[in-house]
Design a protein around this ligand. Structure first.
Ligand code: GLN
Length: 199
């Protein structure tokens, strides 16, 4: 592939523009994905933060759900932040009854897991794939990963109980936090490398 892959950001709902900016700052070309022809042209796809129940509803209504599942099944690299992580999980606790996901990560995530008092917080997260320097991570009504299957790589944990907040399984990457809202683009860099490798 050329040195600059084209990465889509699913634009059903959520913080699309922030991801586009982060991807561009690490040298990728980025495009909002609002229709299926655009989806068919991208080398990788970001599922942004936002609200997973709304995203699920719109994905079903707009006929995106099956094409997204098929693209992921065919090996399209995907990265989900926060609500995007929920969309990529095979199992969701505290989901709405009709909530669907794209799946791809053999994990169980719990929505809004950090509770009311800590709706939003920041934490220094050690994430060895990013190098030694901790990542200042922003969590907003974030999910956590309750259980992971044997094929899942745990990339980061927070807190004394070692809560899992970043995972990867093959070509699917997810973080419970929002790197797109910070000036630190190392997570996007890792994803762009995954896309380059796959193409
Ligand atoms: N709580 C949201 C959900 O369940 C996720 C929040 C976020 O993406 N910042 O989808």
């Amino acid at each position: 592939m050329t040195s600059s892959p084209l990465i889509g950001v699913l634009a059903l709902q959520g913080d699309v523009r922030e991801h586009i900016r982060s991807l561009e700052s690490v040298g990728a070309r980025a495009v909002a994905v609002r229709d299926l022809p655009t989806l068919a042209h991208v080398d990788g796809l970001v599922i942004p933060g936002g609200e997973s129940t709304t995203m699920s509803k719109l994905a079903i209504l707009d006929g995106f759900l099956e094409p997204l599942r098929a693209a992921r099944g065919a090996g399209l690299p995907m990265y989900g932040s926060c609500a995007g992580m929920i969309m990529l999980a095979d199992r969701v606790t505290d989901a709405r009854p009709d909530q669907e996901t794209i799946g791809g990560l053999d994990v169980t995530v719990r929505r809004n897991a950090f509770g009311r008092q800590v709706d939003s917080f920041e934490a220094d997260v050690v994430m060895p794939v990013l190098g030694e320097e901790p990542f200042r991570a922003v969590f907003i009504r974030a999910p956590l990963v309750d259980a992971v299957g044997p094929e899942v790589e745990v990339l980061a944990r927070v807190g004394d109980d070692g809560t899992i907040v970043a995972v990867r399984q093959g070509h699917v990457l997810a973080t419970a936090f929002h790197p797109e809202l910070t000036g630190d683009h190392r997570v996007h860099e890792v994803f762009v490398q995954m896309v380059r490798k796959q193409a």
